[in-house]
Design a protein around this ligand. Structure first.
Ligand code: CO
Length: 158
């Protein structure tokens, strides 16, 4: 397991649409393991493959001290409510702003073995799930608020 380089704001890769994972094989396992290692090293709570430069629909989220969730090819089934809370991102180091997210989200996805599952989350974890799924579609949290857009104008230099 190794720490991979984080892609940051201004790198066009972050704006691309990630492709579905097709092969649930050793290279996926290595990618997920490295994503987790990188997230922990950088003190993040969620990471998507695009953030280490891999355009595949794969996400790792920290649920608890020693509990992690791997999400492959997620689809949002249902959302409910709205909460405005502070958010940050490993790809936008040093910037935080309030972002409105659903209070509750229900997704379908696959685990690393290609087995489907349904996951429900609320509050903080729901926020993480929505933030990471946005990454798979080239969307960053700075796109979602006036404050974020102002920061982006200054810092997203290509
Ligand atoms: Co992020």
């Amino acid at each position: 397991m190794s720490v991979r380089k984080i892609v940051t704001l201004g790198n066009k890769t972050l704006r691309k649409i990630s492709k579905p994972v097709v092969d649930f094989d050793q290279s996926l396992f290595e990618l997920l393991d490295d994503m987790k290692t990188t997230m922990l090293e950088k003190r993040g709570v969620g990471i998507s493959a695009v953030q280490v430069g891999v355009l595949r629909r794969a996400i790792v989220i920290q649920l608890d001290d020693d509990e992690f969730l791997e999400i492959i090819n997620p689809e949002i089934i249902k959302t409910r409510g709205k909460v405005n809370e502070s958010e940050g991102c490993l790809s936008v180091p040093g910037f935080y702003c309030d972002v409105e997210r659903p209070k509750y989200v229900k997704i379908s996805a696959y685990n690393r073995n290609g087995e489907p599952f349904v996951f429900e989350a609320k509050d903080y974890i729901a926020r993480c799930v929505c933030h990471e799924i946005d990454h798979l579609n080239g969307v960053l949290f700075v796109d979602l608020t006036d404050e974020g857009r102002a920061y982006k104008l200054e810092h997203e230099v290509n």
